[in-house]
Write a protein of this length. Sequence first.
Length: 268
Amino acid sequence: MNGGGDLLEVITTLQANALLFGLMLVRVTAMFASAPVLGSRSMPMRVRAGLAVIVTLSSLPLVADGSHHIPQSTVAYVLLAGKEVLIGVMIGFIAQTVFAAVQLAGSYIDTGAGFAIAQTIDPTSNINLTLLGRVYSLLATTAFIAIGGHLWLVKAVVASFALTPPTELPNTIAMTQGVLVRADDLFIISLQIAAPLMAALLITDVALGIMSRAAPQMNVFIVGLPVKVGVALVGSAVLLPAFATLLNGLSSQMIEDLSHILQATGGG
């Protein structure tokens, strides 16, 4: 009986705040479409749409307090919906930077090891990645899920409704600055991940160069390729614990940065 009453209350709230629900759904849907794991192409579209509706319905009572004025003009409502898309995409983009950095680091290593010519489809993003880039991407996805990063994204989009209500304009300067800072960090993070193996591959190239000078009859291209592949694979296996620790730290830092950006965005 209580369950029926709760359902009736939800339906009543939804009927009274249908336009507000639409704005909130746009933000949640944009976040689901651009965020890692939640926006994976391997997740059926119906599942993602259903999750977006459930999250929005769960958040509606927190926002529908009667203090939000929904514009009657269609143009103004569409502009608010566009603003919601920007906020949702921003949340997903901030989380996506860690995965982009990992994939970029894998591409750096694959270029030095000779794997760059072979590319495969990454099931989580449905884009072509080099071999180690795909392996690193899957490891990053595993670490992200292990620390509950996907749940933190849902919490972030729900909290964003209190920080930046759907009917108010955000602090666009703070939002832009936060996104640009995270975009700059992408290259720094990718170099941090790839630096040890890039250094090992550089030392290998120097050693092969010295060997080719000492023994000119040796075909350095035939000998060097399997050696560099072995260095990349063995080095990746040896550095795997450190890589997992770094990923956990980067994911935690991403969540903290996202919280600061949302607070700054809602401050205007």
